[in-house]
Ligand binder design. Structure first.
Ligand SMILES: Cc1cc2nc3c(=O)[nH]c(=O)nc-3n(C[C@H](O)[C@H](O)[C@H](O)COP(=O)(O)OP(=O)(O)OC[C@H]3O[C@@H](n4cnc5c(N)ncnc54)[C@H](O)[C@@H]3O)c2cc1C
Ligand SMILES: *[C@@H]1O[C@H](CO)[C@@H](O)[C@H](O)[C@H]1NC(C)=O
Length: 446
């Protein structure tokens, strides 16, 4: 008999990391419900910083991940990015971001395969299961199960629901609705309205062109192109390009961003993800330096994504339902941190659920501790990611293009780089360990 059952809605990085982390506790039964008909991540790269890498190690995934990574993840200082000003005919590198451990870059489909391989026999995965909503019994009748309602008309039951269904989360929509109803019947109308708004994702004003290009194609065009060996971050007015090698350097991951901060928070018309052509990309980045153009010329398949974020939530938890990853705190991707933050959520939540003190009657307490400990940090990272995006695209207050020109550009660029480094250093200078200890102590004391 398992001590309780956990349903995980969504089989992305957050959901699968949660299932892997729960696999360490054979007395918990896990079911993962994924909307897609098969597990198929986008064929792009994802970067993992030392803070998240340490968790990957604790979960026993590091050896297999290191086999498919470019940088070997030890703690020596490594070049994480060359910062270049790229939005001009002749670009120039103005800063080299060296950080302990560097940035481990991994092809997303390989990451997903490795996570799936590490699920224990007590976890099952179900594809083609799109959650529409859930219903949970009123607080107090805490032993009857939560019911999940899927788009195909089927239902499933669980004791704990983990919403890992991304920025458009159906779990979040139901959760905030539940909280809004409680707020509104208590007469807290403003709070109820804010909660209702949080059901919907929020457009960041940013679009990202995403693609991978064969390293050979780029090498044929520009034999010594720096991105063949080193990660690059090209800065420009209202735009930015991040590119790095993947899969032993055989593939180059390219993400090109266009920022319209005046549109932040407005409704984005049309579909969020569209296939597009390299002509559109080239037109959007005309005037950028040749080494950026050379990457764009190697593109064959390209998509454009409207980057959406999650409204800042007052809680990640309601009763026996908890949110992890983008469903709880989707951010703009300018610190390469969303997947790592999802892994942190998953690890802390699983540690609390798996603890011997947690059983069916003490579940809600464990979830409350998860919320109290994780939420402030995850929301801070979302905020610093937004600030870094503004720094990358010369939109940060005091560092816009309007402020350029007075004083030396070199000094300004250096200040921007150092500000980014400072705001980003949590990713390589800190660990989750203190929060895990604090949460466990709290659980044991209760
Ligand atoms: C351009 C770009 C670059 C990025 N680079 C990095 C990086 O370098 N490093 C980093 O750490 N992060 C990066 N991120 C962020 C990272 O991709 C996300 O934060 C991360 O994927 C979130 O994982 P998740 O599991 O919470 O959500 P998702 O990956 O969105 O997974 C959600 C899953 O749930 C499924 N699903 C959705 N709705 C339902 C439903 N109703 N029922 C059942 N299943 C459902 C989906 O099919 C999907 O499989 C980047 C993001 C972008 C856009
Ligand atoms: C659950 O755990 C608490 C605290 O550890 C304990 O007091 C209680 O008896 C347990 N309940 C069940 C049903 O096992």
């Amino acid at each position: 008999m398992p001590k309780f059952t956990v349903a995980i809605c969504g089989g992305g990085v957050g959901g699968l990391a949660c299932a892997v982390a729960l696999s360490r506790y054979p007395d918990i039964e896990v079911n993962v419900y994924e909307a897609a008909s098969k597990f198929a991540e986008v064929g792009a790269g994802v970067g993992i910083w030392p803070r998240a890498w340490k968790i990957v190690q604790a979960l026993g995934l590091d050896r297999e991940l290191a086999e498919v990574a470019v940088v070997s993840p030890d703690h020596h200082p490594k070049l994480s990015f060359n910062f270049r000003k790229g939005d001009q005919p002749e670009g120039h590198t103005f800063y080299q971001l060296y950080t302990p451990g560097g940035l481990v870059t991994i092809h997303r489909p390989s990451f997903q395969r490795i996570l799936l391989r590490h699920l224990s026999p007590s976890s099952r995965t179900h594809t083609g299961k799109r959650l529409v909503s859930y219903s949970q019994p009123a607080q107090g009748s805490s032993h009857s199960p939560i019911t999940l309602h899927f788009e195909d008309g089927s239902t499933a039951a669980c004791d704990v629901l983990v919403g890992a269904d991304g920025v458009k989360s159906a779990t979040r929509a139901t959760l905030v609705d539940e909280l809004a109803r409680a707020a509104s019947s208590a007469g807290r109308r403003d709070e109820a309205e804010a909660l209702h708004r949080a059901a919907q994702p929020r457009w960041s004003g940013i679009c990202a062109y995403r693609t991978t290009i064969p390293a050979d194609a780029l090498r044929a065009r520009v034999p010594g192109h720096k991105v063949l060996k080193e990660p690059m971050a090209y800065f420009g007015q209202d735009a930015q390009v991040t590119a790095y090698p993947l899969l032993h350097g055989n593939l180059i991951n390219v993400a090109a961003f266009r920022a319209r901060y005046d549109l932040e928070g407005t409704t984005m018309r049309g579909p969020w993800v569209v296939d597009t052509t390299k002509d559109e990309l080239a037109a959007d980045f005309s005037g950028w330096e040749p080494e950026v153009q050379a990457m764009f010329q190697c593109v064959s398949k390209l998509s454009r994504w409207a980057i959406h974020t999650t409204e800042r939530l007052p809680t990640f938890v309601s009763g026996r339902v908890a949110l992890v990853g983008d469903s709880a705190h989707a951010a703009v991707p300018f610190q390469g941190a969303g997947a790592g933050q999802a892994i942190e959520d998953a690890y802390l939540l699983a540690t609390l659920l798996g603890h011997s003190k947690t059983n069916l009657s003490t579940l809600t307490r464990a979830l409350k501790i998860y919320d109290e400990v994780r939420r402030p940090y995850a929301q801070l990272v979302a905020e610093t990611s937004r600030e870094c995006g503004m720094l990358f695209t010369f939109n940060y207050p005091g560092f816009s293009s309007r402020d350029f020109g007075e004083g030396s550009d070199a000094d300004k660029l250096r200040t921007i780089a150092e500000t980014i480094r400072r705001k980003w250093s949590w990713a390589w200078d800190t660990t989750l360990d203190g929060d895990v200890q604090r949460a466990v102590q709290w659980l044991e004391a209760s």
